[in-house]
Design a protein around this ligand. Structure first.
Ligand SMILES: [Cu+2]
Length: 293
């Protein structure tokens, strides 16, 4: 009885040993396949879209120039994912294929391997230079001011809301923390934005434009964008500018030309012709140069 049990044990070990010998190399591959399958299943089961998973849910741009940013973002993520997947794959493969087989084995020592160390230095450098090149190229394209705009809006960021001076229309809109400002723009027209601040640094950010720029006292920052989809879009201050920073919200409404003309006419009718005074005092009567803090 005891003998037969021992025989069964030897038999089992023999089968397992021969399976290991025959299946050499299949372990790592199977582990990789199972790992990849688990990742894909987890992603699919979350019900997220490709954009949410791969590109972290970047909104669809609503300006002509937004496509440049979208391409830069997506291209960077594709490159990052490829590098990541290759790196994770190599790490997993190395862990399984070169795992220690006997307790006494000393791993192969590869310190001071000059070719590998040069590779580890040069490859990341190439990747960073690539990202830098595309970023610099796209940034200079987006920030080029060609002075062929259809409309010019002076954006006044102040504590704690926004005013919009329609310079070509001689009308303005202004908001308060309780009634945030609205910026109405004609669709398909190139808008020149001129950013000014009478107090501290703010940041003009319209999320769906995929664009933001700082609003700096004493400096007029300029950029041009062409909104090409009608709709209502959220805007906010993206610079921590003080206690009521979170209330520096505004709305952008991109409309057809006729509706835009009507809106400007309505502003003038409401007594909002002319321009909003950009030198306004907004800090309880103190102008920036009078501030004592
Ligand atoms: Cu602000």
């Amino acid at each position: 009885m005891r003998q037969s049990s021992h025989a069964r044990f030897v038999g089992f070990a023999g089968v397992a040993g021969s399976a290991r010998r025959q299946g050499r190399g299949r372990g790592p591959r199977r582990a990789l396949a199972v790992g990849a399958g688990a990742v894909v299943a987890a992603l699919v089961l979350t019900g997220c879209s490709v954009n949410e998973i791969v590109f972290l849910d970047l909104p669809e741009p609503v300006t002509k120039e937004g496509l440049i940013i979208q391409n830069l973002w997506e291209g960077s993520w594709i490159a990052a994912w490829l590098v990541g997947i290759l790196t994770w794959g190599l790490m997993l493969w190395a862990s399984f294929a070169y795992r220690r087989k006997h307790k006494d084995d000393t791993p192969e020592q590869t310190a001071y391997n000059v070719p590998i160390e040069i590779l580890y230095t040069v490859l990341p450098l190439i990747m960073i230079l690539g990202l830098f090149f595309f970023t610099a190229r796209d940034q200079s394209e987006i920030l080029t001011v060609s002075n062929d705009q259809d409309e010019t809006v002076e954006v006044v960021g102040f504590r704690w809301n926004w005013a919009f001076n329609y310079l070509d229309q001689d009308a303005y809109a202004v908001g308060t923390p309780d009634v945030p400002a609205e910026l109405v723009l004609p669709v398909g027209e190139k808008i020149r934005f001129e950013l000014v601040s009478p107090d501290v640094i703010h940041s003009f950010w319209v999320i769906d434009f995929l664009f933001k720029m700082d609003v700096i006292p004493g400096k007029r920052n300029v950029f041009e964008l062409t909104p090409d989809k009608t709709g209502v879009y959220a805007g906010k201050c993206a610079e921590l500018c003080g206690t009521e920073h979170a209330r520096m919200l505004f709305t952008v409404r991109v409309v057809e030309q006729a509706e835009y003309d009507q809106y400007i006419a309505d502003l003038k009718e409401r007594g909002q012709g002319g321009l909003f005074d950009t030198g306004m005092s907004t800090d309880e009567g103190q102008m920036p140069d009078e501030r004592t803090i």
